[in-house]
Design a protein around this ligand. Structure first.
Ligand code: PEP
Length: 249
Protein backbone atom coordinates (compact mmCIF):
# COMPACT_ATOMS: atom_id res chain seq x y z
CA UNK A 1 0.00 0.00 0.00
CA UNK A 2 1.29 3.46 -0.90
CA UNK A 3 1.86 5.74 2.07
CA UNK A 4 -0.16 8.96 1.80
CA UNK A 5 1.50 12.35 1.87
CA UNK A 6 -0.04 15.62 2.90
CA UNK A 7 2.28 18.50 2.03
CA UNK A 8 1.63 22.07 3.10
CA UNK A 9 2.93 24.69 0.68
CA UNK A 10 3.22 27.94 2.62
CA UNK A 11 4.28 29.83 -0.50
CA UNK A 12 5.77 33.23 0.50
CA UNK A 13 4.03 33.28 3.88
CA UNK A 14 5.11 32.68 7.46
CA UNK A 15 7.53 33.99 10.05
CA UNK A 16 9.74 32.35 12.66
CA UNK A 17 6.88 32.44 15.21
CA UNK A 18 4.68 30.51 12.73
CA UNK A 19 7.51 28.01 12.14
CA UNK A 20 7.66 27.32 15.88
CA UNK A 21 3.89 26.99 16.23
CA UNK A 22 3.56 24.63 13.26
CA UNK A 23 6.52 22.53 14.36
CA UNK A 24 5.04 22.04 17.81
CA UNK A 25 1.49 21.32 16.64
CA UNK A 26 2.36 19.08 13.71
CA UNK A 27 4.94 17.08 15.69
CA UNK A 28 2.15 16.20 18.11
CA UNK A 29 -0.58 15.64 15.53
CA UNK A 30 1.37 13.71 12.90
CA UNK A 31 2.81 11.28 15.45
CA UNK A 32 -0.61 9.62 15.79
CA UNK A 33 -1.53 9.40 12.11
CA UNK A 34 -1.64 6.02 10.45
CA UNK A 35 0.26 5.69 7.18
CA UNK A 36 0.48 9.43 6.43
CA UNK A 37 3.68 11.37 5.89
CA UNK A 38 3.22 15.05 6.71
CA UNK A 39 5.47 17.45 4.82
CA UNK A 40 5.85 21.16 5.48
CA UNK A 41 7.16 23.46 2.77
CA UNK A 42 8.10 26.89 4.11
CA UNK A 43 9.99 29.66 2.32
CA UNK A 44 13.65 28.63 1.91
CA UNK A 45 14.91 30.88 4.70
CA UNK A 46 12.90 28.79 7.22
CA UNK A 47 13.63 25.27 5.91
CA UNK A 48 16.58 24.61 8.24
CA UNK A 49 14.77 25.98 11.29
CA UNK A 50 11.68 23.88 10.60
CA UNK A 51 13.79 20.81 9.90
CA UNK A 52 15.70 21.19 13.18
CA UNK A 53 12.44 20.83 15.13
CA UNK A 54 11.10 17.95 13.01
CA UNK A 55 10.05 14.80 14.86
CA UNK A 56 6.94 13.67 13.00
CA UNK A 57 7.12 15.57 9.73
CA UNK A 58 9.52 16.10 6.84
CA UNK A 59 10.36 19.35 5.10
CA UNK A 60 10.24 20.41 1.46
CA UNK A 61 11.84 23.39 -0.21
CA UNK A 62 9.71 25.32 -2.69
CA UNK A 63 12.41 25.64 -5.33
CA UNK A 64 15.96 24.62 -6.15
CA UNK A 65 18.65 25.37 -8.75
CA UNK A 66 20.01 22.58 -10.94
CA UNK A 67 23.69 23.50 -10.47
CA UNK A 68 25.69 22.17 -7.53
CA UNK A 69 27.18 25.58 -6.64
CA UNK A 70 28.44 28.72 -8.34
CA UNK A 71 27.54 32.21 -9.45
CA UNK A 72 23.75 31.98 -9.21
CA UNK A 73 22.85 34.85 -6.90
CA UNK A 74 19.66 34.21 -4.97
CA UNK A 75 19.51 30.48 -5.64
CA UNK A 76 19.78 27.39 -3.42
CA UNK A 77 21.32 24.05 -4.47
CA UNK A 78 20.24 20.46 -3.88
CA UNK A 79 23.42 19.91 -1.86
CA UNK A 80 22.41 22.72 0.49
CA UNK A 81 18.91 21.27 0.93
CA UNK A 82 20.43 17.89 1.70
CA UNK A 83 22.88 19.48 4.09
CA UNK A 84 20.06 20.84 6.27
CA UNK A 85 18.09 17.57 6.17
CA UNK A 86 15.42 18.65 3.73
CA UNK A 87 13.83 15.54 2.15
CA UNK A 88 11.64 16.98 -0.64
CA UNK A 89 11.57 19.89 -3.07
CA UNK A 90 8.62 21.25 -5.06
CA UNK A 91 9.53 21.50 -8.73
CA UNK A 92 7.38 22.87 -11.53
CA UNK A 93 4.74 24.54 -9.37
CA UNK A 94 2.41 26.46 -11.68
CA UNK A 95 3.35 29.73 -9.96
CA UNK A 96 6.99 29.11 -10.89
CA UNK A 97 6.02 28.07 -14.42
CA UNK A 98 3.85 31.19 -14.89
CA UNK A 99 5.40 33.98 -12.80
CA UNK A 100 9.04 32.92 -13.20
CA UNK A 101 8.69 31.52 -16.74
CA UNK A 102 10.05 28.07 -15.85
CA UNK A 103 9.97 25.84 -18.92
CA UNK A 104 9.57 22.07 -19.13
CA UNK A 105 13.29 21.95 -20.05
CA UNK A 106 14.37 23.84 -16.93
CA UNK A 107 12.06 21.73 -14.78
CA UNK A 108 13.63 18.55 -16.22
CA UNK A 109 17.10 19.80 -15.24
CA UNK A 110 15.90 20.54 -11.69
CA UNK A 111 14.23 17.12 -11.35
CA UNK A 112 17.40 15.38 -12.53
CA UNK A 113 19.57 17.40 -10.13
CA UNK A 114 17.25 16.71 -7.18
CA UNK A 115 17.20 12.97 -7.86
CA UNK A 116 20.96 12.83 -8.31
CA UNK A 117 21.48 14.76 -5.07
CA UNK A 118 19.12 12.59 -3.02
CA UNK A 119 16.31 15.11 -2.52
CA UNK A 120 12.92 13.83 -3.69
CA UNK A 121 11.22 16.07 -6.24
CA UNK A 122 7.50 16.72 -5.85
CA UNK A 123 6.87 17.32 -9.53
CA UNK A 124 3.87 19.59 -10.03
CA UNK A 125 1.86 19.30 -13.23
CA UNK A 126 -1.53 20.58 -14.32
CA UNK A 127 -3.48 22.19 -17.10
CA UNK A 128 -4.92 25.70 -17.42
CA UNK A 129 -8.65 26.32 -17.77
CA UNK A 130 -8.12 27.23 -21.42
CA UNK A 131 -6.42 23.89 -22.04
CA UNK A 132 -9.18 21.97 -20.20
CA UNK A 133 -11.90 23.77 -22.13
CA UNK A 134 -10.09 22.84 -25.34
CA UNK A 135 -10.02 19.17 -24.27
CA UNK A 136 -6.21 19.17 -24.04
CA UNK A 137 -5.80 18.41 -20.31
CA UNK A 138 -4.67 14.79 -20.66
CA UNK A 139 -2.15 15.57 -23.40
CA UNK A 140 -0.75 18.60 -21.54
CA UNK A 141 -0.25 16.68 -18.29
CA UNK A 142 1.27 13.70 -20.10
CA UNK A 143 3.83 15.91 -21.80
CA UNK A 144 4.67 17.72 -18.55
CA UNK A 145 5.26 14.38 -16.79
CA UNK A 146 7.29 12.82 -19.59
CA UNK A 147 9.43 15.85 -20.35
CA UNK A 148 10.39 16.12 -16.67
CA UNK A 149 11.38 12.45 -16.40
CA UNK A 150 12.96 11.92 -19.81
CA UNK A 151 16.14 9.84 -19.70
CA UNK A 152 16.15 9.41 -15.91
CA UNK A 153 16.64 6.13 -14.05
CA UNK A 154 14.88 6.22 -10.71
CA UNK A 155 12.81 4.24 -8.24
CA UNK A 156 9.30 5.06 -7.01
CA UNK A 157 10.54 6.40 -3.68
CA UNK A 158 12.61 9.02 -5.54
CA UNK A 159 9.60 10.79 -7.03
CA UNK A 160 6.27 12.26 -5.99
CA UNK A 161 3.91 13.78 -8.54
CA UNK A 162 1.35 16.46 -7.66
CA UNK A 163 -1.54 17.02 -10.06
CA UNK A 164 -2.59 20.63 -9.63
CA UNK A 165 -5.04 21.97 -12.21
CA UNK A 166 -4.14 25.66 -12.48
CA UNK A 167 -7.79 26.70 -12.44
CA UNK A 168 -8.13 25.17 -8.97
CA UNK A 169 -5.05 26.72 -7.31
CA UNK A 170 -5.90 29.46 -4.85
CA UNK A 171 -9.30 29.95 -6.50
CA UNK A 172 -11.51 28.13 -4.01
CA UNK A 173 -12.61 25.90 -6.90
CA UNK A 174 -11.61 22.28 -6.28
CA UNK A 175 -11.59 19.65 -9.02
CA UNK A 176 -14.36 17.16 -8.31
CA UNK A 177 -13.17 13.83 -6.89
CA UNK A 178 -14.14 12.25 -10.24
CA UNK A 179 -12.16 14.80 -12.30
CA UNK A 180 -9.14 14.41 -10.04
CA UNK A 181 -9.32 10.60 -9.99
CA UNK A 182 -9.58 10.51 -13.79
CA UNK A 183 -6.39 12.56 -14.17
CA UNK A 184 -4.52 10.60 -11.48
CA UNK A 185 -5.42 7.33 -13.22
CA UNK A 186 -4.21 8.87 -16.48
CA UNK A 187 -0.86 9.86 -14.93
CA UNK A 188 -0.44 6.37 -13.48
CA UNK A 189 -1.17 4.86 -16.88
CA UNK A 190 1.38 7.15 -18.53
CA UNK A 191 4.00 6.00 -16.00
CA UNK A 192 3.05 2.34 -16.57
CA UNK A 193 3.22 2.56 -20.36
CA UNK A 194 6.29 4.80 -20.63
CA UNK A 195 8.35 3.61 -17.65
CA UNK A 196 7.13 0.52 -15.82
CA UNK A 197 3.97 -0.95 -14.32
CA UNK A 198 5.71 -1.50 -11.00
CA UNK A 199 6.91 2.10 -10.75
CA UNK A 200 3.44 3.35 -11.73
CA UNK A 201 1.82 1.27 -9.01
CA UNK A 202 4.21 2.52 -6.31
CA UNK A 203 4.52 6.23 -7.18
CA UNK A 204 2.64 8.62 -4.93
CA UNK A 205 0.41 11.07 -6.81
CA UNK A 206 -0.99 13.98 -4.80
CA UNK A 207 -3.89 16.25 -5.67
CA UNK A 208 -3.55 20.01 -5.20
CA UNK A 209 -5.96 22.85 -5.81
CA UNK A 210 -8.02 24.49 -3.04
CA UNK A 211 -8.06 21.35 -0.88
CA UNK A 212 -9.70 22.19 2.44
CA UNK A 213 -10.94 20.47 5.57
CA UNK A 214 -14.33 19.83 3.94
CA UNK A 215 -13.17 18.45 0.58
CA UNK A 216 -10.08 16.47 1.62
CA UNK A 217 -11.67 13.20 2.75
CA UNK A 218 -13.59 12.54 -0.48
CA UNK A 219 -10.62 13.47 -2.66
CA UNK A 220 -8.22 11.29 -0.66
CA UNK A 221 -10.63 8.33 -0.78
CA UNK A 222 -10.17 8.02 -4.56
CA UNK A 223 -8.09 4.98 -5.49
CA UNK A 224 -5.32 6.85 -7.33
CA UNK A 225 -5.10 9.91 -5.03
CA UNK A 226 -2.36 9.46 -2.45
CA UNK A 227 -2.85 12.66 -0.47
CA UNK A 228 -2.61 16.35 -1.20
CA UNK A 229 -0.48 19.38 -1.83
CA UNK A 230 -2.21 22.09 0.15
CA UNK A 231 -1.63 25.82 -0.19
CA UNK A 232 -3.97 28.26 1.56
CA UNK A 233 -5.40 25.77 4.05
CA UNK A 234 -1.91 24.74 5.21
CA UNK A 235 -1.56 28.16 6.86
CA UNK A 236 -4.50 27.44 9.18
CA UNK A 237 -3.17 25.00 11.75
CA UNK A 238 -6.48 23.40 12.74
CA UNK A 239 -7.66 23.03 9.13
CA UNK A 240 -4.32 21.55 8.11
CA UNK A 241 -4.49 19.01 10.93
CA UNK A 242 -7.98 17.94 9.76
CA UNK A 243 -6.65 17.55 6.21
CA UNK A 244 -3.76 15.40 7.48
CA UNK A 245 -6.20 13.24 9.42
CA UNK A 246 -8.35 12.83 6.31
CA UNK A 247 -5.41 11.11 4.58
CA UNK A 248 -4.96 8.47 7.31
CA UNK A 249 -5.79 4.93 6.16
C1 PEP B 1 -0.60 25.11 -4.11
O1 PEP B 1 -0.09 26.19 -4.03
O2 PEP B 1 0.12 24.13 -4.39
C2 PEP B 1 -2.03 24.96 -3.86
C3 PEP B 1 -2.60 23.83 -4.13
O3 PEP B 1 -2.67 26.06 -3.35
P1 PEP B 1 -4.18 26.12 -2.82
O4 PEP B 1 -4.41 24.93 -1.94
O5 PEP B 1 -4.28 27.41 -2.07
O6 PEP B 1 -5.07 26.09 -4.02
Amino acid sequence: MRQSIVAGNWKMNGASSFVQEMAQQINLHAADLDNVEVVLSPPSVYVAMLQQSAKSYATAAQNVHFAKSGAYTGEVSVTMLQDVGCKYVLIGHSERREIFAESNQLIAKKVAAAMQGGVVPILCVGESLLQRNAGQEFEVVKSQVLSALQGLQFSADSLVIAYEPIWAIGTGETASPEQAQQMHAHIRKVLAVEISAELAEQTRILYGGSVNAQTAALLFSQPDIDGGLVGGASLKVEDFKLICSAAAK
